[in-house]
Ligand binder design. Sequence first.
Ligand code: ADP
Ligand code: MG
Length: 346
Amino acid sequence: MSAPARIQLLTPRLANQIAAGEVVERPASVAKELLENSLDAGAARIDVEVEQGGIKLLRVRDDGAGIEADDLPLALARHATSKIRELEDLERVLSLGFRGEALASISSVARLTLTSRRRGTPQAWQVEAEGRDMQPRVQPAAHPDGTTVEVRDLFFNTPARRKFLRAEKTEFDHLQEVIKRLALTHFEVGFHLRHNGKSVLSLHPAADETSRARRVASVCGPAFLEQALPIDIERGGLRLWGWVGLPTFSRSQADLQYFYVNGRMVRDKLVAHAVRQAYRDVLYNGRHPAFVLFLEIDPTVVDVNVHPTKHEVRFRDSRMVHDFLYGTLHRALADVRPEDQLAAPA
Ligand code: ADP
Ligand code: MG
């Protein structure tokens, strides 16, 4: 074998493309990053426009705080974020993003345009990046307060990735699921989704209990809400609230399971175990419960910085969290009248 090549720094573009491999898998992952940015910016309304399942076009527009003109090129740079400044901030991070790599990654594998007007400033500005080397040019643009990010032709310059994209419908289903997950925890925000020119989802801000329940029905279907117990339990600094699907609404797939920790959707082994145990006596084998649940916990005793996309968390006192979840759900389900308990699956 010949001598190995000399060491060289990766170009920023290649470094970003490699990083993109971790966070940008398909249109849905792009949507997740863009929507989380809009939420972090304090948007009250988010409009998502999609063409061809998000492969051709994904446009996310918000009315959030916007970005200063001078910061626009930085927004596309890797490891640039407005959300944390020092290590200690990670301990109490409440924003959805903080790694400062999403826009850099996306813009290295798609044609990205970012247009923004900082609230209280007279002018909007735009930057574009087309998977070129990362020297974006800033120019004046027309835009109301807030931000629009447009992502076109995902993976146009990385054909190997593009091959892994599925049919338009499949990609769109994934993308829609991302919006549903976020809509279920940001009740105060309006979400509007259009696909190929047609309105698919229109969720208005839900301020009170009735309208929150209505949103849950829009996202999970009215049948879920009819067969779910609303709960809200607080103990030892932990609060669990939401909707616990009754055994009569069990599913053949685990497709209606939404669990949030401090507003962040998680898929966590410990959580899953506690829930499974709580349902064990009331569900037939092979059936899956449906639920929309929110755990609120002191952010300093939970670590969300585990993996950029995997929805895992680490609890400092995992035993305590497990027992609280299991105990609370078990009791809620025990209140279900016995004749409901082993009702035939719907
Ligand atoms: P992160 O969200 O981890 O900070 P991103 O690459 O997603 O990293 O975004 C980089 C920065 O760009 C953010 O920290 C934020 O300051 C700014 N930004 C991105 N999207 C928006 C938006 N929709 N509204 C306001 N600022 C945004
Ligand atoms: Mg982000």
